[in-house]
Design a protein around this ligand. Sequence first.
Ligand SMILES: *Cc1c(COP(=O)(O)O)cnc(C)c1O
Length: 424
Amino acid sequence: MSKYHIDTKCIQEGYQPKNGEARVLPIYQSTTYKYDSSEHVGKLFDLQAEGFFYTRLANPTVDCVERKIAELEGGIGAMCTSSGQAANMVAILNVCNSGDHIISSGTIYGGTMNLFAVTFARMGIECTFVDSDASIDELQKEIKDNTKLIFAETISNPSLVVADIEKLAKLAHSNDLPLFIDNTFATPINCRPFEYGADIVIHSTSKYMDGHAVALGGVIIDSGNFSWDNGKFPGLSTPDDSYHGMVYTRDCGKAAFITKARVQLMRDMGMAPSPNNAFLLNLGLETLHLRMERHCSNAQSVAEYLEKHKQVSWVNYPGLKSNKYYDLAKKYMPIGTSGVISFGITGGREAAVKFMDSLKLAAIVVHVADARTSVLHPASTTHRQLTDQQLVECGITPDMIRMSIGIENVDDIIADIEQAFSNI
Ligand SMILES: *Cc1c(COP(=O)(O)O)cnc(C)c1O
């Protein structure tokens, strides 16, 4: 790992041009690479020589971005994917087969929830959703002989539950299992889960890492710390017949997990990112440290403003002292959590809709975590098929508004909210 501070890594890591080469990471818009001898190409296929042979497996632009992200998280290697969904899917399929079981926090991103509860179930992988706030003893009861991993989000989207990463790592490791953490909302600027015992980190780079809402993407980062040869993970510790009998734990050492993800699952499933999107992601990463600081300070001010407002019935932001997760947030994310806030508006669903429609600066979008302030009313959009009673059951109240605070001047954001309140 490099000696630089994380801010410097955002700018400098990944791409180091040689004499006379382009200063800025070039876009290698090529599926293919040319070689002088077939012998050399053979060596590439056997992983005996380093190099590129097909962009589905590796591409020079994508490779530089992967190196940068691995440095930011403090991992030994990373693999980018075409979306965050693909990253979570590949990370889990890299250790799970039909007949296996996983444990996941019950408060996770809706897309991941569906993947685990529906699509994985169809593939024969069972998921138990747990309350991640439960004690180790309670959680231990959910672990079975065929359990392969524990999964949680650093700060969950959209409920903003903060995971006690050290507790979950202890539980996982005492059962010879790895801990997988989706670190999308915190980003490595605010939290580096490997420092607290996580083994694999996943991101949807479509959120803060890209930061401008221009490119979908995902990434898997390997800490290199987990011992996959403990007997529970034959896919990593016994010969892979589809790759000339390679034994990942024996032949790739600490990089067993991330190598298998690439040479086996990326090879076969092909959810590769485009070089152009990797270039855009790299541009986003160059300012990630600056943007996160502003997202968090703006969100803190807005949350404090909302908490005092008489038309607001509740505010959920882990940076508020009144928040249930304030202490965990301070421990794992001492410099800030994220720019996402949810709150309830007095007057319920009708007032919420009126409020949303009155905003001028903040735009109604389904996305979160980009430079522009945006807002969503789950009850009338993403969850509109549900009755008020069903909404309450899945933790979404009819009065709930989710705001993703951007990096504009905070006085303008608050003035916009103020004028929308006065319109109700
Ligand atoms: C958005 C998101 C995903 C899915 O990522 P996509 O890039 O949209 O596929 C996964 N996890 C979290 C926490 C997210 O916010």
